[in-house]
Design a binder for this molecule. Structure first.
Ligand code: SF4
Length: 335
């Protein structure tokens, strides 16, 4: 049954969808029945972190609405150029936890591997928008240093594929690395942090499912969805393939002003996630990355929104409200 569903899905080529992502503001405006002045794109912000948005994601935006919550997440805005106190290029101080190129070791028992510098979509609030990917994307030969690091530390039980978007890396590399990791006896789990199955659902194809499920490691996939409108039947199909293959699927969102800072929207997001087979995991306060301050929601307001969610939803649909504090070895609950 799963094989039949994967075969039907194969007619869509994720590489083509990735290459066809919209980078031209004029084209984006035309696709949304808007004028360029409606969008209000800042050329300088676009030069610093270029517009990139895949067409399946654009298809879920409302036509004629410059305030659409999905559009807002990808539009280079003038506000990004305004310096804000307390906001910097490395808000989580990851440089201090980067002992080997491509590997970040910040939390006990877990390491993160930067599999790809690329993303299918450029989210304006991304905490890694200034990350030094050039120094952190080793070729296959140089992954040996990261593998040796993991082999030497028996306290590490979980590896997290990150990026950029790790699924922007090709399946041959992902399959090879997963095989290498599975041969390390103290590793138990593999987690993949990705937005690709949301913005290009065809990314979940037979090759991807093969390495994700053909390993002794317990696998989970943490998606990144901020608004219920990001979920449609194509995303649900991709999630169904993952779950049907035994992969646990979770979601983390970022609380973003003008996108989801509303109790109704957050409640609907949790309900829509669960309907698509995804469990809400984290709701993050914005990381203080330079260029994203206009998305910030005050902690007190975040807490009051979260209280409404708790009152409206069963406990398993209420994500943990957390913030990253650079010096702490865990995400700090906001309460
Ligand atoms: S997909 Fe993730 S890593 Fe890539 S720009 Fe968006 S938030 Fe950042």
């Amino acid at each position: 049954m799963i094989q039949q569903r994967v075969a039907a899905w194969q007619s869509l080529d994720w590489h083509e969808e990735l290459a066809a992502a919209v980078r031209d503001p004029h084209e984006l405006a035309a696709l949304l029945d808007l004028s360029l002045s409606d969008l209000g794109i800042s050329d300088s912000a676009n030069a610093q972190f270029p517009l990139r948005v895949p067409r399946p994601y654009i298809a879920r935006m409302a036509r004629g609405d410059p305030r659409d919550p999905l559009l807002r997440q990808v539009l280079p805005a003038h506000a990004e150029l305004i310096a804000a106190p307390g906001y910097g290029e490395d808000p989580l101080e990851e440089r201090a936890a980067n002992p080997i190129p491509g590997l970040i070791h910040k939390y006990f028992g877990r390491v993160l591997l930067i599999l790809s510098p690329a993303c299918a979509i450029h989210c304006r609030y991304c905490f890694r928008r200034h990350f030094d990917y050039a120094a952190n994307t080793p070729g296959r030969a140089r992954w040996q240093a990261a593998l040796d690091y993991i082999r030497r530390d028996a306290s590490i039980s979980e590896v997290i594929y990150s990026g950029g978007d790790p699924l922007a890396a090709g399946d041959p590399l992902l399959a090879w690395l997963t095989e290498q990791l599975a041969a390390i006896p103290h590793l138990m789990r593999l987690r993949v942090h990705t937005r690709l199955p949301v913005v290009i659902p065809a990314r979940i194809n037979a090759e991807c499912l093969a390495w994700l499920t053909g390993t002794r490691l317990q696998t989970s996939l943490v998606l990144h969805v901020n608004h219920a409108n990001e979920l449609d039947s194509t995303v649900a199909t991709a999630v169904g393939l993952l779950r049907g293959s035994g992969v646990t699927v979770l979601n983390q969102s970022v609380l973003l002003a003008g996108v989801n800072d509303c109790a109704d929207r957050l409640t609907q997001l949790s309900e829509r996630l669960f309907a698509a087979g995804i469990l809400p995991y984290y709701l993050h306060l914005l990381d203080r990355v330079q260029g994203a301050a206009h998305f910030a929601v005050e902690p007190a307001r975040a807490l009051s929104l979260h209280r409404v969610m708790r009152a409206r939803l069963p406990g398993y649909l209420v994500p943990r409200l957390v913030e990253e504090v650079p010096a702490l070895p865990y995400k700090r609950p906001v309460n």
